[in-house]
Design a protein around this ligand. Structure first.
Ligand code: MG
Length: 155
C-alpha cells in the first residue's frame, strides 16, 4: 500500500470560470491559474504522483509551459493514470476536502465523482468528497480562494 497527499489552492477572480472536478460551478468568480485552475483535479494529480513516488504536478506539467496554458486539467489526470498503469499501481480510494465559501458544492458532487471515476477508471464508491467552508476567516472564508486537500491509497 502507498499513501499520497495532495493540496492545491487558487485565487478567485472575476472573469474566470470556477471548475472543480471537471464541473463548472456557477459563481461570479473563478480560479486564476495557468491551466483551467481546477484545484480538485490538481490536488488529486499531486496525491497520485506522490503515492507513486513520481514527484509532483509541477515536475510533470510545469506552469511556464505554453502547452498547459488554459489546459483542461483532465489531461493531467489522464497522463498520471498512464504513469500509474506503467508501474502496475492501482487506486484503492480517494478522499478529498473541497474548501470554498460559496456556493454550496454538495449538489455537484455526483458529477465530480463520475468525472473522476471515468478519468481514473475506478468505481465511484472508491471516491469520497467533502465540502468545507472557511467560516468567514482565512482566504477561503473571505471568498478569495478555493482549495482542495486529497489523500489517496494505491496498491
Ligand atoms: Mg493548481
Amino acid at each position: 500500500m502507498r499513501a499520497g497527499l495532495g493540496y492545491d489552492i487558487h485565487r478567485l477572480v472575476e472573469g474566470r470560470k470556477l471548475l472543480l472536478g471537471g464541473v463548472e460551478i456557477p459563481s461570479p468568480k473563478g480560479a486564476l491559474g495557468h491551466s483551467d485552475g481546477d484545484c480538485l483535479y490538481h490536488a488529486v494529480t499531486d496525491a497520485l504522483l506522490g503515492a507513486a513516488g513520481l514527484g509532483d504536478i509541477g515536475r510533470h506539467f510545469p506552469d511556464n509551459d505554453p502547452r498547459w496554458k488554459n489546459a483542461d486539467s483532465s489531461v493531467f489526470l489522464k497522463e498520471t493514470k498512464r504513469l500509474l498503469d506503467g508501474k502496475k499501481l492501482k487506486i484503492e480510494n480517494i478522499d478529498a476536502n473541497l474548501h470554498l465559501e460559496t456556493p454550496k458544492l454538495v449538489p455537484h458532487f455526483p458529477q465530480m465523482i463520475q468525472n473522476l471515476s471515468k478519468l481514473l477508471d475506478i468505481s465511484e464508491d472508491r471516491i469520497n468528497l467533502k465540502a468545507k467552508s472557511g467560516e468567514g476567516m482565512d482566504a477561503v472564508g473571505k471568498g478569495e480562494a478555493v482549495a482542495a486537500q486529497v489523500v489517496v491509497l494505491l496498491c
